[in-house]
Design a protein around this ligand. Sequence first.
Ligand code: ARG
Length: 492
Amino acid sequence: MGFGNWAGSRLHVSRAYCLRKLSWDECEESVTEQKTWSQRFESAIVPAIARFNASIGFDIELIEYDITGSVAHAKMLAHTGIISAEEGEQLVAGLEQIRQEYREGQFNPGIEAEDVHFAVERRLTEIVGDVGKKLHTARSRNDQVGTDTRLYLRDRIEQIRAQVREFQGILLDIAESNVETLIPGYTHLQRAQPVSLAHHLLAYFEMLQRDWERLGETYQRTNISPLGCGALAGTTFPIDRHYTASLLNFGGVYANSLDGVSDRDFAIEFLCAASLIMVHLSRLAEEIILWASEEFSFVTLSDSCATGSSIMPQKKNPDVPELVRGKTGRVCGHLQAMLMLMKGLPLAYNKDLQEDKEALFDTVKTVKACLEAMSILLREGMEFRTQRLAAAVESDFSNATDVADYLASRGVPFREAYNLVGKVVKTCLAGGKLLKDLSLQEWQELHPAFEKDIYEALAPRQVVAARNSYGGTGFVRVRQALKDAHYRLSQN
Ligand code: ARG
């Protein structure tokens, strides 16, 4: 068996690897000599095409996972006797040295490496000599890149889940101290019924709870090993896929090699879960933007989390929530791009799949940054103006349903009561009055069922307290919901 023919050994480059991180332009310049593939190729690749093909500019992000995957593969090759134990050890030591060099900023492959997989393999051969050329036995870059991507994403999912948890905790803290703070509740962005501010914030807690769970499920399907699927059809070598899977802590192995190397459904699932997180954050961001406006004035943004205008000295802008709202479009765009990337691909690997990475990396970076910024904003950058909120719920007709409910609970059919209250609201609007301004006599002229306790039923606090149905905003329910939320937050 000859190990001299792997494509990387045919690369002819001016510098095997660069000693510092190169800019993209510098990388381009570094392709001074042209590269050929196996001996099948007679002419060298056109430099512009080499640049076009290269993914090293972004897949360097995977390097530690590439090394980890290769270490497992090398151990498996030795374990199964495909290479000797000593060769296995040399490969592992060489790979770990590359990890060290990378961490110390000493390993910065240029564009001539094409991708991170070739870059590592080539450096390995420089370090350990010809035995390095044995690493790629019984493996293809197709199962290799699939392994790297899953290892990368698995870690990032855990990090994002932890951030979601932290954010949920912040929501709970604010909710905890605002059970009895009232805020207008809206439908169609029209005042509808007042609610407890804690109840409002707990709605976001619930959304993020599902996001957290969804990411957990995505993790399960990401945590499957494609290593050993080969280029597409498996391999002639007596490999042990379960061995590498267990070294890499995968929960299972792909049952079908064609599927293992060519699907990216786990990445799409992640992008979908990430898009939903962003959509949830964006809805909250939009509310904060509204709340911070002069028109609402429900919150004040602290100077430390807002910015000014370059021309209007009076301005304080809610940049953080605006950026979160804006970045949501970009993450949802990546989901769309990945779906379109996959939809027409015949089995098995196609180079189109190289396009999965930037979408994934940018999504991870964006979601993490948004969760961090929103956490800071909520924890220390924003304060609810409780007096303003209290005044807001006093000055509208959001207690109208309660008048109808008052009559309905005294035997008046609800629709009849509803119509009557509609008329009352109309009269009040015409006279510049609120419901609480009507005298008992006026109420009783409208319907004999009204008694003195109508005023209590109309008070915003009572309006909220009375909605004690399961999942409702009544204070007793909200306290229970908070307890329940704390319990769920403690479950991992
Ligand atoms: N850079 C490639 C990618 O990201 C690695 C796999 C290449 N495989 C191939 N058969 N050309 O997808």
